[in-house]
Design a protein around this ligand. Sequence first.
Ligand SMILES: [Zn+2]
Length: 740
Amino acid sequence: MFKAVSPKVDINEIEKEVLDFWRRSRVFERTMSEREGQPHYVFYEGPPTANGKPGSHHVLARAFKDMFPRYKTMQGYYVLRKGGWDTHGLPVEIEVQKELGIQHKYEIENFGVAEFNEKCKSSVFRYITDWEKLTERIGFWVNLDDAYVTFTNDYIESVWWILKQLWDKNLIYQGYKVVPYCTQCGTPLSSHEVSQGYADVFDPSIFVRFPLRDKPGVYFLVWTTTPWTLPGNVAVAVGEDIEYVQVEGPTADGEGTEQLILAKNLMNKALINPENYKVVKTYKGKDLKGWHYNPLYTFLPVEDKDYAYVITGDFVSTEDGSGIVHIAPAFGEDDMRVGQENDLPVLMTVNSEGVFIDAVTQFRGLWFKDADKEITRDLKSRGLMYKVEQYRHSYPHCWRDKSPLMYVARETWYIRSTEYRDRMIANNQKVNWVPDHIKNGRFGNWLENLKDWALGRERYWGTPLPIWVDEENGDMLCVGSVKELEHLTGRELTDLDLHRPYVDEITFPNPSGKGGVMRRVPEVIDVWFDSGSMPVAQWGYPHVVENQAMFQQQFPADYICEAVDQTRGWFFTLHAIATMLFDEVAFKNVICLGHILDGEGKKMSKSRGNAVDPWDVLNTYGADAFRWYLYTASPPGESRRFSVDLVGEVVKKFWLTLWNTYSFFVTYANIDQWTPDTPAKPVADRPEMDRWVMAELHNLIRDVTQAYETYDVPGATRPVQEFVEQLSNWYVRLNRRRFW
Ligand SMILES: [Zn+2]
C-alpha cells in the first residue's frame, strides 16, 4: 500500500519529514562513505563569511552549488563536499571598527592589535548558526563540520608555502607604484576590488594658464579634472606628433590680449568664444619639448632636479581637454612612468589619510577631495584659471565605505602576475564557462589587461606577509613554514598564533652572519589571496603530511559556482594561483550566476529595503519550490526577478500538478492493490497511450542527462516541467476512465 496522499498538502510538513529522514539515516554522510573507491568528482566551496546573515542571493548560489555534486553522486561518483569559511580581511575589520565606533588606524593601535584581532576572530562566526540552519533547510549538502577556515594556523602556513614558491620564482617584489588607495581604510585596493566600486560622479574640469617662463604673456592651456593634484605638478605633457597652436585673444577682463598654447583640434572645444582668437603660430608637440613654465605652487623642495617643463607622452590625446596634460608623478600611473623616464621629482603633498601635509601651508589639513574647491578658488584669484566646468564620469570608489579612491604612489608589495599572463590566458581556454561568453569576454578581457597583483595591505586582520627584512643592509627572506621560522629563530614555535601582533614579535639575526636583526614587514596580504589558495590550503598542504594525498586527489575542481562578479575575485585568484604554482587550471567547469532582482526587476539590496528574507519563502512555499524557481526562471548567467509570489507560481503551476498526479496514482494503485513489483507487461503489448508516455519519459531522461553533462541548468529542469504537464493534462486526463 502506498501512503495515502492528501490533496490538501502541507509543503513544510513534507519537507520537514524528509529532512528528519536525512538526518536520522545520515544520508548525506553515506553519499560519501558508500562511494569510497568510486571515481571522484571534485567540488570546491567558495567560502562565504559568516559575519552577516545569509540572504536570498546566498540561497541562489547554494542551490546551484548543490545541483551538480548531487547529480554526480547519483551517477555513482564519490563527491567530497568540504565546506569553507572566509574569515580575514578588511570587510571583517570594518564591521568590528563600526562596533567599536572607531574610524582610524591609530585608534586600532591604541585599542591594541591583539584585542582588535581577537574581536575580528570572534565576529566571523557570529551568524554561523543561521548559515547552518539555512544550508540544511534548503538541502545544500556540504560538510560544514569539517570545513576549512582561513584563519587557522594550518591554513595560513599553507598560504605562506605558496608565497614562498612565488618568492623563489622571483614573482614577489616591492615597488613604488601608483595605486588606487582608500583614505578611509588606509590601504591600497587591488584591481579586482577597484572594479567593484565604480560610480558616476561630477568632478571639476578646469583649464588652467601655466605661464611660460621665457615668454611673458604666453601660457600653456592645461586641462585637469583633479585640481587637488596641482600642488604636486612637476611637468606638462604633449603628444609628440600632435599639432599645437599659439592663439591670441582677449584677456578675461577684455582690456588686453593674451596668448595661449593648446592642441589645434581642441580649439573649438577648449576656448571660450573661439571666434575671438587668431592663430599666431603652429607647432608640433616635439617642438615644445623642454620649454619651461613658472610652477603654480612651490610648497615642496625639489632638491637639484630640473622640473616645470614640457615632456612628451604617448598617452596624450586630443579627445578632451586642451591636448596638454598636467603631470604629478605622485598621483597618476602615467605620470609616475614619465616622471621616472625624465627623472622628475615626486612631490608627495598628502599623507596616508589623504590630507594635505603641513608643508603645503595654504591647504594643509584639507582632505584631498575637499581641496579641489580651495585650489580652484586660489587659481581664480591669481588670474590663472581660464575656465571651470563640471563633468560627469565614472570614478572608482571604495567598495566598502564608498569614499572616492585616491591614486597615489605607495611603496608596496606586488606579485608579478603579468609574467604569467600568457599562461593564464592559455589555461583559461581549458575551462568550460557557463555562460560561454564569459570565457573570452569578461574573464578573458580581464586576463588580457592583467596588472601586477597588489598583494600588501597595511592592515591587521589577515594572513601576515611572511617576509623578514634586515633594515641595516636590506637583506630579505620569505619564510615558507613554521619549521623554517623555528630553524631561523632557534625557538620552538608550534604554539605561536601566526597572526599579528604575535608574529611581528618574532625577530632573528640575519642568517648571512652580517647585518642586524631581521624583522617582519608590517603588511598582511590581500584577503582574495586567502580564498584563491584554498585548493592547497584547505588541506594544510604540504606541512599536514597526512593530508598530502587529499590535495592530489582533490585538485583541480570539476565544478565551482559563484556570482559573476567573482570573475575578478575568487575565479581570478583561483586561476592565477593555480597557474603560477602548477601551470594548471584550478577548475574545469564554472557557472557564473547573474544578480538577483526584486519582483519589479530592481537590484535587491539591504539599503533599498527590497531584499527578500529567504525564510519568508521557505516558510511559505518550501525549499523545493524555491530551488526550482531559481533553476528554471532564467539561465544561470542572467539576472532573475525574485519574490515570494514568483515562487508561489511554481507551487501552483508545477508542484501542485505533480502532487495531484501522484495523488491520483496513489488512490488507484491502492484500490487495485498494485505494487511496484507487480510484473509489467512488455512495452510492445501495452496500449498506444502507455507506449507514448514511456517514450516521452525516456526522451526526458536522455535530454536531462545530456543537459546535466553540459552544465545546462534550464535544460536539465524545464523539460521535467513540460513532461509533468503532459503527464497530467494528456496522459492522466485521457486515461482516467481506464483506471476507474
Ligand atoms: Zn575604504
